[in-house]
Write a protein that binds this ligand. Sequence first.
Ligand code: SF4
Length: 205
Amino acid sequence: MDKPLPDIRSHKALRAAENACTRCPLYKNATQAVPGVGPARARLMLVGEQPGDQEDKQGRPFVGPAGGVLDKALAEAGLARGDVFITNAVKHFKFEPRGKRRLHKRPNAYEIDRCHWWLDIERKLVKPSIVVALGATALRSVAGRPLAINKVRGRIVDLANGGRMLATIHPSYILRIEDEADKRAQYRRFVADLKVCAKVLARTA
Ligand code: SF4
């Protein structure tokens, strides 16, 4: 059985604890842990997969190409990035070296589940009304179990461990689509998913 969550009461303490974490092997090759950023308390929390190459170097989530897509979509959905707490399910960058490049590797179930307790602590500190899971890795972590995105995408779902969730795709998925019409359609659907959150938050403001 896993140890109880550490008693961490501030984002500063959480950042330090994440940077000292050795709960899975991913800390060994990454530059640093990438903690969540945003207001100490926020009504909306976005959870991505893991830091990418740029995020690993800069120590901030969603500063690379996927972050650009996310910023644009948030603005179109009427959500200010500054009001949102943004984090990842897995805090260290997992990659495969390929020459001078570092190719993204998807975290496995063990790594997601080991890193999950940091997300639990973030949720306790931030107390969001809605947690948005961006992609399959985030969905597994937020829901606490494997779940197919298509079964829950785009609607508010109650979480067994308290709080509410909306699942959608990860913005990097949109970047990988080659067909322009499909790319635009997926982007529009992504914005529509975020608008569901904006509407719910506006109703309960
Ligand atoms: S990925 Fe998560 S669980 Fe693994 S070492 Fe980093 S912070 Fe710890």
